[in-house]
Structure formats: C-alpha cells, structure tokens
Design a protein around this ligand. Structure first.
Ligand SMILES: NC(=O)c1ccc[n+]([C@@H]2O[C@H](COP(=O)([O-])OP(=O)(O)OC[C@H]3O[C@@H](n4cnc5c(N)ncnc54)[C@H](O)[C@@H]3O)[C@@H](O)[C@H]2O)c1
Length: 339
C-alpha cells in the first residue's frame, strides 16, 4: 500500500526551522507538520501559531516518542545535531538534518551508524544542490558540455554576519558557512577533494575576531580528478548576498550570476546601475529549500534513496576540518590527515 502523507515533527524553530515550517505547510501537499519542538516554548508556540501547526512543545523527546510522527526535521543549533540524529534513529524516525551534521567526524560516524542500524533515511540539508542555476552547471558537467572540468571558482559572501551567540556555537566559518561551498564543489565537479589550502582573517570584524572566528577566507581545493577549485568567502559583503560560480573546462566555461529582485537597469548621467542582489539565503535560495524538502518527502514516501546522503553530509565536514588545520599550520593539508 502506498503511504500518501508523511507526518513530520520539527525540532528547532529558529531562522531555518521557521522557513521549513512555512514550506512544509504551504508547498508540500504530501507532508503534514504535526508538531513543533523548540527549547524555547515561546519560539515553538510562535512557529506553531504562525504556520497553523496543531501542537508545540519545548522537549524534542516528546516528538521522538510520538508514534504518529514518521519523520523529523532537525533545525536546532549544529552542536545538537549528532545527538538528535542518533536519538531520532533509535526512535525509528526518518531524518532531515540541517548542515553541518556535526562539528567532528567521530560524532557523525556514531550518528550514521545509528541511522544504518535503524534502517531509516537521513538527508543532509545541502539545499543549494536543488537550486536551478547550480543544477544547470552540474548538468553541463554531466553532459560534457564544457569538456573536462579544469577550474571551479566559487564566490560565496553573506551580506552580514549572524549574531555572535550563533557564531560561538557554529563551529566557525569553514564548518558553518564554507561547508555549503565544499559540498557545492564536490557536487559540481563529481569528484572528491584530496588536498586543502586555506587563508583567512577577520580584518574589520572585531566582534567575529573576539568570538575566535575568521570573517573572510580564500580556500583552494585539489580534487582526485586533478581539477582545482577556489572559494572566496566573506561574512560581510557591503553590496549584499554574493553567490556566483564559474566552471572552466577544456571545451568552454559555464557561469552563474547573482539573483536580483528585478531586471531593471537605471541609466543616467552618473552611470548605469541596477538594484542590489536578493538580500540573503532566505530570498536567494527560497525555491531550493522547498525543493529539498519535497525531495525528502518523496524519497521517504516512495522508499527511494535520499538525494543528499549522510555520507554527503560527512565529507564536507572533513574538508572543513582540513581547512581549519591548513589555516592554523600554514600549509596544504591532505584530506587523509583528517578523514
Ligand atoms: N541550509 C542553510 O542554508 C541553513 C541556513 C541557516 C541555518 N542553517 C543551519 O540550521 C541550524 C539552525 O540555524 P538557525 O539559523 O535556524 O539558528 P537559530 O539560532 O535561529 O535557531 C535555532 C533554534 O533551535 C532552538 N534549540 C536550541 N536547542 C534546542 C534543542 N535541544 N531542541 C530543540 N530546539 C532547540 C533554539 O531555541 C532556536 O529557536 C544550524 O545548524 C545552521 O547551520 C542552515
């Protein structure tokens, strides 16, 4: 018998949890969000109220113990993910977990083992893979449109840093932010990273420096295919969310530009200009967030493999750890050293 509807519990109703609640309740007919859990009852209640979810609670264990719930979305802070994956797997729930899966590989391995043992599905929240622009670049690689991929350039800059309280538990720039770009580089090139070299600083960002983090980074990756990737990150781009990619191959190149709220160009005596790009991830990647949840719900209901696996969640963490070591030891670091 085909199951028609996936019953879902949301754990963590902050920035990303609320976005997923919105998509689950408005854009994914085959999903039914039944309960919202947040350590802050106020946040849980507000989310349940705003998205017409029947129940809320402040203890995620209530969600895991609920036999009505078939799947959970883990959207709490990164430091809680691995433990929650383990507990959800033991409770027999299918799991969608936000990136990164955890801040260290041992915790991820324990979580992945629990998932395998329970036979549940785990999808990692690398939403950018579902963005139509990035998919088009991947398609060009798969179809040989630009020949052999040689050099990938990713520009990935945020308009403004998150609050210091978030930074302090985020794992730092490489594990929190560059993690998307590490995943994207693997996804686009279809190859694995062999070596990482990272430079970074926190110029002009005393708050980020005082949180022990870096604000701007340049990372180089060498892949097993021989291809090279560069990543340019910043926590603060004065002109807004800057998300561009160019992939240069033996037979051509493919590039994607920023997304804009409109296509208007203003020309006058002072120059030619346009409005700023869409402000941040909620706007720029809205469609991809809906598409990743749609894919998760379909994979569970139709019992097919999830499109972004636990392994896909683990590898970028290893790359991020290699980048951290490279930064601290001022040298290229082989992935074998950390993985
Ligand atoms: N895919 C993306 O582009 C993307 C974007 C933003 C955040 N994220 C990830 O999502 C996660 C959450 O980020 P955020 O920006 O929404 O953070 P946030 O701080 O806005 O929200 C986190 C929420 O979790 C709650 N919480 C804390 N501990 C909890 C627990 N044990 N059980 C239940 N709830 C708990 C907090 O009260 C808070 O409401 C992070 O891991 C982050 O890396 C991913």
């Amino acid at each position: 018998m085909t199951v028609e509807e996936l019953t879902v519990g949301l754990i963590g109703a902050g920035r990303i949890g609320r976005l997923h609640a919105h998509h689950l309740t408005t854009r994914i007919p085959r999903a039914r969000l039944l309960v919202v859990a947040d350590a802050s009852a106020v946040a849980a209640e507000a989310c349940a109220r705003d998205y017409c979810v029947p129940r809320f609670c402040s203890d995620y264990r209530e969600v895991l113990a609920d036999p009505q719930i078939a799947a959970v979305l883990i959207c709490s802070p990164t430091s809680t993910h691995a433990q929650l994956i383990e507990e959800a797997a033991h409770a027999g729930k299918h799991i969608f977990c936000e990136k990164p899966l955890a801040l260290d590989l041992a915790a991820i391995d324990r979580a992945l083992a629990a998932v395998a043992q329970a036979g549940v599905k785990l999808q990692t929240g690398f939403n950018r893979r579902f963005d139509t622009n990035f998919r088009r670049v991947r398609q060009a690689v798969e179809q040989g449109e630009i020949g052999l991929p040689l050099m990938l350039h990713i520009t990935s800059r945020d308009p403004a840093p998150p609050p210091v309280a978030y930074l302090q538990v985020s794992g730092g720039l490489f594990l929190d932010m560059t993690i998307h770009d590490f995943d994207m580089a693997r996804f686009l090139l279809g190859s694995e990273v062999e070596e990482v070299f990272a430079l970074a600083h926190s110029l002009n960002e005393p708050e980020i420096a005082s949180a022990g983090d870096v604000a701007h980074a340049a990372v180089m990756l060498r892949f097993t295919s021989g291809a090279i990737a560069t990543i340019s990150n910043s926590r603060r781009a004065s002109y807004g969310y800057d998300q561009r990619v160019e992939l240069f191959g033996s037979e051509g190149s493919i590039a994607i530009d920023n997304a804009y709220p409109n296509t208007a160009i203003v020309s006058d005596r002072r120059g030619v200009r346009r409005d700023l790009p869409l402000y941040f991830f909620m706007e720029r990647y809205a469609e991809s967030f809906a598409a990743e949840l749609q894919a998760f719900v379909q994979a569970v209901l139709d019992d097919r493999p999830v499109p972004v696996s636990g392994f896909d969640g683990r590898v970028p963490v290893a790359i991020a750890l290699a980048a951290q070591r490279s930064l601290h030891e001022h040298r290229p670091v082989s992935l074998r050293e950390v993985a």
